[in-house]
Design a protein around this ligand. Structure first.
Ligand code: PLP
Length: 449
C-alpha cells in the first residue's frame, strides 16, 4: 500500500518538528491526506474534526476556493518577486498597507517573514539596531514570561521559556530573562485578578531593577500564552504591563502569532484592552496557514530611528529571500477580505462565546481542574485531585493518552505536557460542530478515567 511505503520513508528520512524522534520512529507517522471545512481525513480514511485548526492557523477552514483561486492566479502572473534592491510586488505592498490599517496605534511599518519564529527574530534584531542607532548601546537585555513560547529561531527560542527549547541546544543565556506567567489557576499571588496583576507588575519592576534600567531593551509577551497551556491573563494585565514598560522606558512587544486575526474575538487580542505596543509579531492566521507568512510590525516612532541608521547609504542588513512573497501576500489579502467582509471574525466571536459556554460545562468532570477560554481558544487542565490541584503523575501520560483516545473518537486537539489539552478550531466552525467537538471530547475524557 502507498501509505505503508510512506510510513517507512517517513521513518527513514523525515525529521519532525517538536517531536520525540525515538518515540516517532516506534510509533510511525499519521498521514493526513485531505481536508474540507473543519474536518481532515487521514490515509486510512478516518475523518476527524480538527479542533486545533492545524497548528492554530487554519482560521478560514480547509478547502476555501477563493483562497486557492488567488494563489493560483498569483502564481500564473508573478510567482516570485524579491523585496531586495528597491523591488516589490503589488500584493506585498497592498498587504502591508492593509496591516498598517488594521493594527492598533501607530504600528505602520511591516517587515514580512516566513512565519512567527523569524518574525520574533526580526524584532529582536530590530530592537538591538534601534538602540545602537540611538547610542544606547547597553540596552540589550530582554524580559519574557515563564511558559512563554516565541518560536524556534535562535532569538525566538531564547525568549521562549519552555525548557525543551533550551536544554541540549546551548542557547546563549546572556541577554534573556524570565518573570512569572500570570497563570490564574496556579499563581503564587492567588486567584484574585488584582493581586495577580500587581504581582506581575512588581516582578517586571524587580527584574528591571536587578538587571539595571539602562540595560533593559524590551518586554515581550503573548496576550494569551498559547503553547504554555492557553493561559488567559486577568483583564487589565496587558494594560498594567504596558504602563509599567512605558514607566521603565522599555519597549513593549506583543506576540500575536496565535492570538491575531480573530482567534480570541477581535481582530487582535490587543484590542480587548486598547493596547498599543511598539512591536507586534503575527503569522498563522495571516494566511490561514495556506502558505507560509509572518510579519514584524513596527511603530512609526521606532521605524524612524531604524531608518536613520541607514542615512549614510548603508543597507538595513536584515533580509529573507521570501520576504513579502507575492503568492503568500495575495493569499493574505484574500484572507483579510474573508475576515473583514466574509463574516469570519463575526462568526468566530459568536461561535466562540458558545464554545466557551460548552467547554465550561466540563468543569464538573472529576479529572478537570481548570477550564479556560477566550474566543475560539481554550484549554482544560487535568488534575489528579481537584481540591489540592495535584497534577497527574507523569507516568500516567494523561495528555498523550487523551490525545490518542481523542483521535480514535474523531477529534484532534493538542496535548501540552502531561496535564493540559488545548483547542483552537477554525473560525468558520458552526455551533453544531462545536456540539460535536464537545460530544467527542466528553467521550474521550470518559475513557481516561
Ligand atoms: N510566537 C508564538 C506566540 C507562537 O505560538 C509561535 C508558534 O506557535 C511562534 C511565535 C513561532 O511561529 P512559527 O512556528 O510560525 O515559526
Amino acid at each position: 500500500m502507498l501509505s505503508n511505503h510512506l510510513v517507512e520513508d517517513d521513518r527513514a528520512h523525515l525529521i519532525h518538528p517538536v517531536t520525540s524522534l525515538r518515540a516517532h520512529e516506534q510509533r510511525g507517522v499519521t498521514i493526513l491526506q485531505s481536508a474540507k471545512g473543519c474536518f481532515v481525513t487521514d490515509a486510512s480514511g478516518h475523518t476527524l474534526l480538527d479542533g486545533f485548526a492545524g497548528l492554530w492557523c487554519v482560521n478560514a477552514g480547509y478547502g476555501h476556493e477563493s483562497i486557492i483561486e488567488v494563489a493560483m492566479e498569483q502564481m500564473r502572473r508573478l510567482p516570485y518577486a524579491t523585496g531586495y534592491f528597491h523591488f516589490g510586488s503589488e500584493p506585498a505592498i497592498r498587504l502591508a498597507a492593509k496591516l498598517a490599517e488594521i493594527t492598533p496605534g501607530d504600528l505602520n511599518r511591516v517587515f514580512f517573514t516566513l512565519g512567527g519564529s523569524d518574525a520574533v527574530d526580526t524584532v529582536v534584531r530590530m530592537v538591538r539596531y534601534y538602540n545602537n542607532v540611538r547610542g544606547m548601546t547597553l540596552k540589550k537585555q530582554f524580559i519574557s514570561l515563564e511558559r512563554g513560547y516565541h518560536g524556534s529561531s535562535s532569538n525566538g527560542a531564547g525568549l521562549t521559556a519552555l525548557p525543551v527549547f533550551h536544554e541540549k541546544f546551548d542557547l546563549p543565556r546572556s541577554w534573556q530573562h524570565y518573570i512569572p506567567s500570570p497563570y490564574p489557576y496556579r499563581n503564587a499571588a492567588g486567584e484574585d485578578p488584582a493581586a495577580i496583576i500587581a504581582a506581575s507588575v512588581q516582578a517586571l519592576k524587580n527584574k528591571v531593577r536587578e538587571i539595571g534600567q539602562d540595560n533593559v531593551a524590551a518586554f515581550i509577551c503573548e496576550p494569551v500564552q498559547g503553547s504554555g497551556g492557553v493561559i488567559v491573563p486577568p483583564t487589565g494585565y496587558l494594560t498594567a504591563m504596558q504602563a509599567a514598560c512605558r514607566e521603565l522606558g522599555i519597549l513593549f512587544i506583543i506576540d500575536e502569532v496565535i492570538t491575531g486575526f480573530g482567534r480570541t474575538g477581535p481582530m487582535f487580542a490587543c484590542e480587548h484592552e486598547g493596547i498599543e505596543p511598539d512591536f507586534m509579531t503575527i503569522a498563522k492566521g495571516l494566511t490561514s496557514g495556506y502558505v507560509p507568512m509572518g510579519a514584524a510590525i513596527v511603530s512609526n516612532r521606532v521605524y524612524e530611528v531604524i531608518a536613520d541608521g541607514t542615512v549614510d547609504g548603508s543597507a538595513f542588513g536584515h533580509g529573507l529571500t521570501y520576504s513579502g512573497h507575492p503568492v503568500s501576500a495575495a493569499v493574505g489579502l484574500e484572507v483579510m477580505r474573508l475576515y473583514q467582509e466574509g463574516g469570519l471574525i463575526e462568526n468566530g466571536q459568536r461561535v466562540g462565546a458558545y464554545f466557551g459556554r460548552r467547554l465550561a460545562e466540563l468543569r464538573d468532570h472529576p479529572l478537570v481542574g481548570d477550564v479556560r477560554s477566550i474566543g475560539l481558544l481554550g484549554a482544560i487542565e487535568l488534575v489528579a485531585d481537584k481540591e489540592t490541584k495535584r497534577k497527574p503523575a507523569k507516568e500516567a501520560r494523561v495528555g498523550a493518552r487523551l490525545f490518542d483516545a481523542g483521535y480514535k473518537n474523531g477529534l484532534i486537539f493538542r496535548a501540552f505536557g502531561d496535564d493540559t489539552i488545548g483547542f483552537a478550531p477554525p473560525l468558520c466552525i458552526t455551533e453544531s460542530e462545536v456540539d460535536l467537538l464537545i460530544e467527542r471530547l466528553d467521550k474521550t475524557l470518559a475513557l481516561a478515567l
